[in-house]
Design a protein. Structure first.
Length: 135
């Protein structure tokens, strides 16, 4: 192997992914893989990495989601832990942080008549992921 080839191989293996853009891409990849499950159309969402910290091969990020063309306060934040897999970040786990759009009690916190409640009436707002009642 030539010196140039060895240098190129080393550069490819040590790709610097310790940045917000790489973390954001890892979260977007994760959500795209789960699109059939979540029903989320990420093309209609503004996704911002609010904060991120790195510890060796792990990243912890706070990510803000909101519909495009709305105020930042109209969204929700999620906490993600990502593991480095080769040259990219892969979501290991996540937790919701901040206000729950359905109230602190989840399904129990929803008002009577909410479309997601058993016997609820009406339609979910445009872009809202499908909701099935917990049994």
């Amino acid at each position: 192997m030539t010196l140039v080839a060895a240098a190129m191989l080393l550069a490819a293996c040590s790709k610097d992914i310790q940045n917000s853009d790489a973390v954001k891409q890892g979260v977007l990849d994760y959500l795209q893989q789960r699109k059939a499950e979540t029903g989320l159309d990420m093309s209609s969402m503004q996704v911002d990495v609010v904060s991120v910290s790195f510890d060796k091969d792990q990243a912890r990020a706070t990510v803000m989601f909101r519909p495009k063309n709305t105020e930042a306060a109209a969204g929700m934040q999620m906490q993600y832990t990502l593991d480095r897999k080769g040259g990219k970040w892969v979501v290991a786990r996540h937790n919701e942080s901040g206000p729950n759009p359905h109230g602190a009690g989840g399904m129990q916190g929803m008002p009577q008549g909410h479309p997601a409640m058993p016997g609820g009436e009406g339609q979910l707002p445009a872009g809202h992921p499908p909701v099935s009642p917990k049994q």
